[in-house]
Design a protein around this ligand. Structure first.
Ligand code: DQA
Length: 144
């Protein structure tokens, strides 16, 4: 099957627990269920999904995706606020990266207000729950 566009969704630490973790903040849906529904909704886009709790694995996946994807949707989770390595990976590739956060990080603790990734992202979507991933996907369909 020919896919005109290939987008990799990359999730950072603890996002494998979605649906079971702090439900008041992150909701009740598992990411796999959400991902499958998203792929059905956008059958002409090839969606890939990768999650890791390990910083270096996320960096490897960002670098790899730059070789074989048209865009990256990245939720670096806690590494958003700490990782110069992930920020440098995003800075070092030409493939556009849209940063997504499920919760509104600005309405939470102050340490979540800083993102090392945002300055090098194409755009940032914060606080719309899992819908943020769909909004990020839509942004790749529009020419800016
Ligand atoms: C998060 C926000 C981060 O501060 C937090 O560490 C996460 C998830 C979000 O999607 O809202 O794990 O990236």
């Amino acid at each position: 099957m020919f896919y005109p566009m290939k987008i990799n969704i990359i999730n950072g630490p603890n996002l494998n627990l979605l649906g079971r973790r702090e439900n008041d903040i992150y909701g009740n849906q598992s990411f796999i269920d959400f991902f499958e529904a998203l792929q059905k909704k956008f059958p002409k886009i090839q969606l890939l999904y990768f999650q890791s709790n390990i910083e270096g694995e996320l960096i490897d996946k960002i670098q790899e995706s730059a070789q074989n994807c048209d865009g990256i949707i990245l939720n670096p989770a806690a590494y958003t606020h700490t990782s110069v390595g992930i920020a440098d990976a995003v800075r070092g590739i030409k493939t556009p990266v849209v940063e997504v956060h499920i919760s509104n990080t600005f309405s939470r603790e102050e340490f979540r207000h800083q993102s090392f990734v945002s300055p090098n992202a194409k755009g940032v979507i914060i606080g719309f729950g899992l819908q943020g991933y769909e909004l990020a996907l839509l942004s790749f369909l529009e020419k800016h």
